[in-house]
Design a binder for this molecule. Structure first.
Ligand SMILES: Cc1cc2nc3c(=O)[nH]c(=O)nc-3n(C[C@H](O)[C@H](O)[C@H](O)COP(=O)(O)OP(=O)(O)OC[C@H]3O[C@@H](n4cnc5c(N)ncnc54)[C@H](O)[C@@H]3O)c2cc1C
Length: 411
């Protein structure tokens, strides 16, 4: 008998498609205010990215503040940036109010410069961020070992409004909080069609149909052909992670002394951190833009990790996994309504705090309690011929690899 099995029938105030951070945050907000909510997932609860991510909580976006200003007017750029920062505060408050034990700590993040000119770009952005009241610190290469015991980078920048958590524990805590609030779940039950009928919607699923006053699409990189308009606007990109065998925590801590979350500044970037208990190195990246096995990604990530930390060349990989990150053509998430259906999609790999926050905002909007967001103003377009299968990714990946190679530090 599947978890949360049983037929799908009856009528709810709100039906949520997708049981990750977005769907759960929305469901919790709505149920806590007295609405009846059904969360449906095509797979086990949390099958999507919300149990497989790197657990890095960052108050930043894929686009830099300058890129935001180039793409939008300055007020919008500032509002987008500020909301990304605020999403971290939201996450912290939510974890605390729901008493979720997920090893959360605000230890900050370190952006490691891949090349000298990347360090200069980080420094320029630090000045803009200071004008916005955002606390950062430039770390020259000579002082880098206080943050990161690696010699391949050219210094970096710290960010204070960032932290780390255990993603699956955070997800489990949200599910528990939702259940306690009265949210109903159906897992392993795919929504095949959503149709408007009068003022309500009818969702046809593998196990029956349900009526709902409002619908929320919270499927992110796992958006399937049942939602063609949304699928055409989301680009699923595989991201891969390894975890090493358990090691002496003191040895690992010597590699990342400030115990921050680390990201480098390449286009095909690496992101890494210590496991919450400090006994493993967790190392991730987009090692391939075409699907590869987790054995192959493990070998590639191990090689990459050994370049960053030569002392880990002998460390055995104990776990290797992958999941899909949702990009948009604009490299920014979008929150909105289409034909009356609410959605938040396209976190571009930064959804732990953001998607949790967006789910809550959608809940507030349905309740008539605000829920306004600058991410309703981001563009959310597709390109001709794209239906959700990103055939162009291998070429884009190769192009990015070439650009990274061209920008490689010349010794
Ligand atoms: C490897 C990896 C590493 C990452 N690292 C980080 C990180 O360190 N920091 C960070 O901030 N972000 C990170 N992310 C991104 C982050 O995990 C996501 O932004 C976030 O989890 C998205 O949550 P969500 O609720 O929107 O979607 P998901 O958690 O992906 O959930 C979507 C759900 O929708 C369901 N679904 C799809 N179609 C249907 C249907 N027709 N019927 C019913 N259900 C359906 C799926 O089964 C799935 O469970 C990472 C992602 C990956 C893959």
């Amino acid at each position: 008998m599947p978890e949360d099995g049983g037929s799908v029938h009856g009528s709810y105030d709100v039906a949520v498609i997708g049981s990750g951070y977005t769907g759960l945050s929305a469901a919790h907000r709505l149920t806590s205010s007295g609405m009846s909510v059904l969360v449906i997932d095509a797979q086990d609860l949390g099958f999507g990215a919300s149990t497989r991510n790197g657990g890095m909580v960052s108050g930043t976006l894929k686009l830099s503040h300058k890129e935001l200003c180039d793409a939008y007017d300055r007020d919008t750029a500032n509002a987008l940036f500020q909301e990304a920062q605020d999403s971290v505060l939201f996450l912290e408050q939510s974890i605390s109010e729901k008493r979720i034990e997920c090893d959360y700590q605000r230890m900050g993040m370190y952006f490691a410069a891949y090349a000298p000119k990347h360090y200069e770009a980080l420094a320029r952005e630090a000045e803009e961020l200071a004008d916005l009241g955002v606390e950062t610190r430039m770390v020259p290469r000579a002082e880098q070992h206080g943050e990161l015991a690696s010699d391949i980078y050219y210094g970096g920048r710290t960010a204070v409004m960032a932290g780390g958590l255990h993603p699956a524990k955070y997800h489990a805590g949200l599910v528990a909080a939702c259940r306690a609030a009265g949210v109903e779940f159906r897992s392993r039950c795919r929504v095949r069609r959503t149709e408007r009928q009068g003022a309500a919607y009818v969702l046809s699923t593998d196990r029956g149909s349900v009526r709902a006053g409002q619908v929320i699409i919270a499927t992110n990189a796992y958006t399937d052909p049942a939602m063609p308009w949304f699928r055409r606007r989301v680009i699923p990109i595989g991201s891969y992670i390894i975890a090493t065998e358990q090691m002496d925590p003191a040895r690992l801590r010597a590699l990342i002394p400030a115990v921050r979350m680390i990201q480098d500044t390449k286009r095909n970037l690496f992101y890494y951190r210590l496991s919450p208990d400090g006994t493993r190195m967790i190392f991730g990246g987009r090692t391939s833009f075409r699907p590869i096995s987790t054995d192959e990604s493990a070998a590639r990530l191990h090689a990459a990790m050994s370049t960053v930390f030569p002392s880990l060349v002998e460390a055995r990989v104990e776990y290797s996994w992958t999941g899909n990150v949702a990009f948009t053509f604009q490299k920014l998430p979008h929150v909105g309504q289409y034909e009356g259906i609410h959605f938040a999609l396209g976190c571009c790999g930064q959804g732990v705090a953001l998607m949790s926050y967006f789910g809550d905002q959608i809940g507030r909007r349905i309740l008539g309690q605000g829920g306004d967001t600058a991410f309703a103003r981001t563009r959310f377009t597709t390109m001709p011929g794209y239906s959700g299968h990103p055939w162009f990714l291998p070429a884009v990946g190769e192009f990015y690899r070439l650009l990274d190679w061209l920008e490689r530090p010349k010794t």
